[in-house]
Design a protein around this ligand. Structure first.
Ligand code: PMP
Length: 284
């Protein structure tokens, strides 16, 4: 397999980055994950746009165009095995001679990308779908969760405490007991046929899958959809709960902490929405 580093493709063991890189010392960088099935990327423009806004938000100047990113991704897809791949893109502020907190001037960003094999495309069959048991915890991350920062220790710790409890994700609520997102996914609930998800603000990442779901539902369904504050109590009493991300697509949650959700099986609205998602996901 080959990875991309600062303009070149090479085997991963030849990719060398300075320990003075601010990505290593401070987690000072922005990343993306783009899924590709049979060579076709999903939500590519939206992923690149989100990365470019993240870079602008932390004043990293990088002159890669969307076209250049596309070429890097296409090359990596072609040079790596497996029909289904996730492409990880990472830009850090770069290496400096000193360790100062202030952004140094005149250093060159480090650009790194690699592929990892995805098991396959998520399916809408409740018998075959991956369903999720999740933990529920107070969100202890920072107040700029809309930036897709490589500094993921908060997310990692939330995910890990879910894993220690035997769960595959952790849903988070703020100090007002309002649901924010999960450690690596956005959250949706269904109650009485109405689909709801928390509004975009500094507390959550603007997920590309979230955006795709909202767009596909608006253009191809009659479902009532709301972007609104969701309380912890509403989550626990929902008919369905989903977690969404580029690699999970619409992931049905059947248990939150000790609370069984709905029938304890992936729900009927999930099935319709994952099916609509599969039909239309490459249109955008
Ligand atoms: N929230 C967080 C904290 C994430 O890390 C992710 C992505 N892994 C998401 C939401 C979902 O975003 P996307 O749909 O763009 O993968």
């Amino acid at each position: 397999s080959l990875v991309y580093l600062n303009g070149d493709y090479m085997p991963p063991e030849q990719a060398k980055i300075s320990p003075m890189d601010r990505g290593f010392l401070f987690g000072d960088g922005i990343y993306e994950v783009v899924p590709a099935y049979h060579g076709k990327m999903l939500g590519f423009d939206a992923h690149i746009q989100r990365m470019q806004s993240g870079l602008a938000a932390i004043d990293i100047e990088l002159d890669y165009t969307a076209q250049q990113w596309r070429q890097i991704c296409d090359t990596l897809i072609a040079k790596n095995p497996g029909p289904n791949q996730g492409i990880y893109l990472h830009v850090s502020r770069g290496a400096d001679s000193k360790r100062n907190h202030a952004y140094p001037q005149g250093i060159t960003p480090t650009v790194f990308a690699f592929c990892f094999e995805l098991p396959g495309e998520p399916v809408c069959d409740p018998e075959l779908a991956t369903s999720y048991h999740v933990s529920l915890e107070q969100d202890k991350r920072w107040q700029r969760c809309n930036i897709k920062s490589t500094a993921l220790l908060g997310n990692v710790m939330h995910y890990q405490s879910g894993a220690a409890a035997g769960n595959k994700e952790t849903i988070l609520f703020n100090s007002d007991e309002q649901i924010t997102e999960a450690s690596s996914s956005n959250v949706f609930i269904v109650k009485d046929g109405v689909i709801s998800t928390p509004p975009l603000d500094h507390q959550i990442l603007p997920g590309i899958t979230r955006w795709l779901i909202l767009t596909i539902l608006a253009e191809h369904s009659d479902f009532a959809v709301q972007q609104r504050v969701i309380s912890k109590a509403e989550l626990l009493n929902a008919d369905e709960v989903w977690i969404t991300s580029a690699t999970k697509e619409v992931g049905p949650v059947v248990k939150v902490a000790d609370q069984v959700i709905g029938s304890g099986q992936p729900g009927p609205v999930w099935q319709q929405v994952q099916s609509l998602f599969s039909q239309h996901k490459f249109d955008y």
